[in-house]
Design a protein around this ligand. Structure first.
Ligand code: MG
Length: 440
């Protein structure tokens, strides 16, 4: 028995080893753990960019995520370094959903742009790590590409319709088929104008926003664009939530005849309930969501089919884990994605969006994502741009490497003067001619 047992034991040992080997292959290698969470705070061009780096205890394995909330950048840095970092050290990097839920619930009071951006930085870094571990771009982990490249739109604006027509033609000559147009005579081109003071003296000394004048000018712009160029080009406009619900509904109705691709942010999130009335009165496609932070904001608009494009800012909704859930929900209700992509999304964030766009069946159109100049030097591996489309690389993870030494040479404030510098990256104020402050 002893001999037989020894023989059986030897065979059993081999068997156990084989089983262990197979189990290891099945369950994968033990997960690396989070060794450090750091912040890259840099301002090489206009906006203050915040990128989170998650470092693992496995040599050379790390990832990057976008946590950019440029108007309150320092607050996000504190949220990551003082609150999320201690929570995350030692956790296994493979548990992305668990870590997202842990971070989301760890402050008891949830949502909000500061916490959501901090979570986004960690969340996207963990997906980057998972892609690097798998040796695959992240879009492969999400089911692979639904399309070869990503449709984008151009922006143009002008003080009069002719300038805008010229801008649209130039964009078309560069290969764009979709152009977002704005009155563009103010400091926020594309979003609408900010005129010099027009009211009686003494009411308000600074520049003002004239709602009526801006809406009239936009109707003229669309009229001239359709007359001069026709309907071959798709046109959009960002209303930037600056109008009263009644003004917005009237304008969206007035625009029906121009057959726009979409009108963006016609109402502020506080006026979400008015979308039912807007939808019941006209057929102009609506894009909404860049200011949303909470599922309570986007869920009703999607499930009641009140909008056509969900336009959340991915880091503001806490990263790609949450954005994928939004995209899946939207798909069930015939709503397409058009993630917000201005220059206050870091190149890491733009690339994460590109992977979302490639793997989401209900992708509609993407804003931004063309990384050039000093940003392309600092963030290597971003998308290639050609004829209005963005093309992703097949490098594992996001495929982006950050030159951290270079980033350190551009601390917050390095490329900032005037009011933005005085306000530490914050925005100032926008007022009507009588001095009433309105949404920006
Ligand atoms: Mg917008």
């Amino acid at each position: 028995m002893v001999v037989a047992g020894a023989a059986a034991g030897l065979g059993g040992s081999r068997q156990v080893q084989a089983q262990e080997k197979m189990a290891r292959a099945t369950r994968g290698m033990p997960s690396p753990k989070i060794k450090d969470v750091t912040v890259i705070a840099t301002q090489p061009a206009g906006a203050r960019l915040t990128v989170v780096k998650v470092v693992t205890d496995q040599d050379g394995l790390y990832g990057y995520g976008c946590a950019t909330f440029t108007q309150r950048a320092d607050a996000v840095v504190v949220a990551v370094e003082k609150y999320l970092r201690p929570l995350l050290i030692g956790k296994p990097v493979n548990r992305i959903e668990d870590i997202w839920q842990t971070c989301y619930n760890s402050s008891y009071w949830r949502n909000g742009p500061v916490l959501n951006n901090a979570i986004s930085g960690v969340d996207e870094a963990l997906w980057d790590i998972k892609g690097r571990q798998a040796g695959m771009p992240v879009y492969e982990l999400w089911g692979g590409k639904c399309r070869e490249a990503i449709l984008t739109f151009a922006n143009t604006g002008g003080a009069d319709p002719k300038q805008v027509v010229d801008g649209v033609r130039q964009a078309m000559a560069r290969g764009y088929t979709h152009v977002r147009v704005g009155a563009g005579y103010g400091r926020r081109a594309g979003g609408g104008g900010q005129a010099e003071p027009t009211g009686p003296k003494g009411l308000h000394e600074g520049p003002v926003f004239d709602r009526g004048a801006n809406l009239r000018l936009m109707l003229q712009i669309f009229e001239v664009c359709r007359k001069d160029i026709g309907f071959e080009v798709e046109l959009m406009h960002d209303m930037h939530e600056r109008y009263s619900p009644r003004e917005a509904i009237q304008f969206v109705k007035d625009c029906e005849r121009f057959k726009l691709y979409f009108l963006e942010d016609p109402l502020s999130p506080e006026d979400n309930d008015w979308y039912r009335q807007m939808r019941s009165q006209c057929a102009t496609p609506i894009a909404m969501g860049e200011l949303f932070n909470s599922p309570h904001e986007w869920t009703p608009l999607i499930v009641e089919r009140l909008i056509d494009y969900i336009r959340c800012h991915v880091s503001q909704v806490s990263g790609v884990t949450q954005a994928r859930k939004i995209a899946s929900l939207a798909e069930q209700f015939g709503v397409k994605t058009a993630w917000h992509g201005p220059n206050d999304v870091s190149p890491v964030g733009h690339t994460a969006q590109l992977h979302l766009d490639l793997a989401s069946y209900n992708f509609g159109i993407q804003e931004g994502g063309i990384i050039t100049g000093v940003l392309a030097e600092m963030f290597k591996g971003c998308a290639a741009f050609k004829d209005g489309y963005l093309w992703a690389s097949d490098t594992p993870g996001w495929g982006v490497e950050v030159d951290e030494k270079m980033a350190a040479k551009f601390p917050y404030g390095a490329n900032e003067q005037g009011e933005h510098g005085r306000l530490n990256g914050g925005w100032g104020e926008l007022r009507l001619s009588d001095g009433t402050v309105i949404k920006q």
